[in-house]
Ligand binder design. Structure first.
Ligand SMILES: Cc1cc2nc3c(=O)[nH]c(=O)nc-3n(C[C@H](O)[C@H](O)[C@H](O)COP(=O)(O)O)c2cc1C
Length: 372
């Protein structure tokens, strides 16, 4: 499959991720905008994600040696050029006809990892094939939602393994959708031709209470062990906020944890991820790598995340904004901006590498309290 708009130009005047968002608002229709931008319920967690990064101050040192500096990190046994991955986001053809394929090519060109959603609107094999041969690409991971039918889950895992995905990211914070009020107000519908093409057609929606219907088969820790028992891929858990859950994940020998509240789309009033990351880092004490997402919009946010104990970060909506604005070129631009901003932030803080950040790089009452 080829790209519809592979030489699409960037719109003028777009210099930041927030500019991409503002521009995407004018490109996307109300239906798609409600789906991609919305948070659950009152948007308290959506805003808390941003507020938690903003509440942290970076305390710079001057006159530090910066020659030979770089943004490289180690993750799951691989050296990556920088710690930025693209988060799994469903139905990307709703943002642009090139969908997940464009996002994958852009991530690959920027050496960024890509996590493909179970609800991808393009075949997982097609996306993997497009970037498999690129020696400079970042990790290619598959995000898994456990399906009510274990046979369907097994088949998805088998396909992901065979297609060359290098890890499974099991999302555990969404046994049901959050209260998606913005979508309901907009009367959100997937347009014809856009679907979760890697899954069998959805079963008829069950009537009655959630607990009698959907939740009768909702995943548990036992299902995590079941998944580990048959996949040869490392498994990460995505959607962890409680330090005890992170400890339990470490105890099960999981390959990593993504500290996430699903970009504020599931439980509204859950805390911002930057507020929980240091507590989780303390709880697991380096037993497994931590990743974090939610509201990361600036290179300074990436640096703060690493300083709080993350090995890498993921961005969700910003990639979609880039995709809507200019297809693959737009996603690549978003990732490039973040990389460049990260380098600027490091240089201005007086840190040359990400592996030995000074313990006093961050100023935050809450952080200090969490460390005591
Ligand atoms: C429109 C949309 C769809 C998403 N779809 C998925 C998904 O299919 N699987 C998943 O694990 N997370 C999904 N997420 C959550 C993202 O992976 C990620 O956790 C979140 O977007 C990070 O916050 P940010 O958008 O502020 O960067 C989705 C997020 C958005 C905005």
């Amino acid at each position: 499959m080829s790209l519809h708009a592979s030489v699409q130009a960037l719109p003028p005047g777009v210099a930041t991720l927030d500019d991409h968002e503002a521009r995407a608002r004018s490109v996307l229709d109300d239906n798609a905008w409600a789906y991609f931008s919305g948070g659950a319920a009152d948007g308290i967690t959506l805003r808390a994600n941003r507020a938690a990064w903003d509440a942290l101050s970076l305390l710079p040192r001057v006159l530090q040696p910066l020659a030979g500096g770089h943004t490289r990190v180690q993750l799951l046994g691989r050296a990556l050029p920088h710690p930025i991955l693209v988060a799994p986001v469903a139905y990307q053809r709703l943002a642009h006809p090139d969908g997940e394929l464009a996002t994958a090519l852009a991530a690959s060109a920027q050496g960024a990892g890509l996590v493909l959603s179970t609800q991808s609107s393009m075949l997982l094999e097609e996306v993997a094939r497009a970037i498999a041969g690129d020696a400079q690409r970042g990790p290619l991971w598959f995000q898994l939602y456990l399906q009510a039918d274990r046979g369907v889950t097994r088949e998805l895992v088998r396909r992901a393994e065979e297609a060359g995905y290098e890890a499974l990211v099991l999302t555990v914070d969404a046994p049901v959708n959050g209260a998606r009020d913005a979508e309901r107000r907009a009367g959100f519908r997937l347009p014809p031709g856009i679907a979760a093409v890697n899954l069998p057609p959805p079963a008829t929606v069950l009537a009655g209470s959630l607990f009698e219907g959907l939740l009768a088969t909702s995943p548990t820790w036992g299902d995590v062990e079941w998944l580990q028992s048959f996949t040869r891929l490392p498994v990460l858990l995505k959607g962890i906020l409680h330090p005890a859950d992170a400890r339990q994940a470490a105890g099960l020998g999981l390959a990593g944890v993504v500290v996430s509240n699903h970009g504020g789309r599931t439980l509204d009033t859950a805390p911002g991820t930057a507020a929980m990351l240091p507590r989780i880092a303390d709880a697991v004490g380096g037993a497994l790598p931590l990743l974090v997402d939610g509201g990361i919009r600036r290179g300074t946010d990436v640096l703060k995340a690493i300083a709080l104990g993350a090995s890498a970060v993921l961005v969700g909506r910003p990639a979609v904004w880039g995709l809507a604005n200019a297809g693959a070129v737009g996603v690549a631009h978003v990732l490039r901006l973040l990389r460049d901003e990260l380098e600027i932030a490091m240089a201005l803080c007086g840190v040359a590498t990400l592996d030995k950040l000074p313990s006093d790089l961050l100023l935050s009452g809450e952080w200090a309290a969490a460390r005591r």
